[in-house]
Design a protein around this ligand. Structure first.
Ligand code: DAH
Length: 346
């Protein structure tokens, strides 16, 4: 059998030299290595050898097979290479044509600022939460101390979803603010709690340069023992200072929101005029920024929190408005209408 293997090896190498097309190569492969090939027959015969011959001849057969396969592959490369050369010789290919630059996108300015807000609050120990955009009336209003007949319902015009009543929580609406996630988070995690909730919200609005039916907010909620509004002042001054990269002061004004008591509005010092008074801050030195307050007892109750043990504050600001202030965008609709001439500037 040893001679047989050597004879075949020689024969294959000889024939290989003469093969001049990939078709011929295929034929050669079938002739020797196909199912009924001559070399295959030898491999099949190995099993009938005696125990002493088997390892020696088996090894030889395998080494030869690998060697021949390599030789066949090398020949294939050669044949294919010359075929390609022939094609390039006959076909005109202009190598001086400039390539096509792939279109590169980038992160949307809204997402850029959202990521920055998340980073700063994460550094201060806040977790990032999320909630559904289609929300029940219960979470959007009642749970937040805004009963159905309360005049405060008029503060937020709402989109209702037809025929989609939740048996436990009433009509379904497109959430008008991120505040409902406060209750969902309290229910799920209890106290203490330190979270922000960025998200998309919807209002039934007539659109103009400063109003859109869809925009983004960031909600904040901190619950713990012995929490006061001074903590809110400190956190917000620190947040805005880190965001703008310059010292920012904040001030409180009284404000009304049904889900906080006391409620307040937070302004920050105008960075454009250094709080001296300019067009942007309407000569007041202050920019109105967000609503906030101490979380109302009824809201804590809705969230299953023991208000004797824990208290805290919440806030909500417009992420969309923040982006507009940051980049001096004059029309809110530019941020979501998909016009690349606008988006490419960021
Ligand atoms: N949800 C309010 C709005 O959309 C904003 C807000 C005010 C959120 C006060 C709060 C808060 O958490 O305490 O107008």
């Amino acid at each position: 059998m040893k001679q047989e293997i050597e004879k075949l090896e020689k024969a294959v190498l000889e024939e290989l030299k003469k093969v001049s097309s990939t078709g011929g190569l295929k034929e050669l492969e079938v002739k020797y290595f196909g199912r009924k090939g001559e070399f295959t027959a030898i491999l099949k015969g190995l099993k009938d050898l005696s125990a002493s011959e088997k390892p020696v001849l088996g090894k030889l057969a395998n080494i030869t097979k690998v060697k021949l396969e390599k030789a066949i592959e090398a020949q294939r490369h050669k044949l294919e290479g010359s075929a390609l050369e022939k094609e390039l010789d006959t076909e005109f290919f202009d190598t001086s044509i400039p390539g096509k630059t792939p279109q590169m996108g980038h992160i949307h300015p809204l997402s850029q600022v959202q990521e920055e807000v998340e980073r700063i609050f994460s550094q201060m120990g806040f977790a990032i939460m999320d909630g559904p955009e289609i929300e029940s009336e219960y979470y959007n209003f009642e749970g937040l101390n805004i009963p159905a007949d309360h005049p405060a319902r008029d503060m937020q015009d709402t989109f209702f979803i037809q025929d989609k009543d939740d048996p436990k929580h009433g009509h379904m609406v497109l959430r008008t603010h991120t505040s409902p996630v406060q209750i969902r988070t309290m229910e799920k995690y209890g106290a203490p709690l330190r979270v922000i909730i960025p998200g998309r919200v919807f209002r039934y609005e007539a659109t103009d340069a400063s109003h859109d039916t869809t925009f983004y907010q960031v909600e904040g909620l901190l619950l713990d023992k012995e929490i006061s509004l001074s903590h809110l002042k400190g956190v917000m001054a620190e947040f805005l200072t880190r965001l703008f990269g310059a010292p920012v002061k904040v001030r409180f004004r009284p404000g009304y929101f049904p889900f906080v008591e006391p409620g307040l509005e937070l302004d920050f010092s105008c960075l454009i005029c250094n709080a001296k008074g300019c067009k942007v801050c309407k000569n007041t030195g202050w920019i109105e920024f967000m609503g906030a307050g101490m979380v109302h007892e009824n809201v804590l109750k809705a969230g299953g929190i023991d208000s004797k043990k824990y208290q805290g504050w919440a806030f909500g600001f417009g992420l969309t408005r923040l982006v507009m202030m940051r980049h001096a965008v004059s029309d809110i609709r530019l941020l979501t209408n998909g016009d690349l001439r606008f988006i490419k500037q960021f």
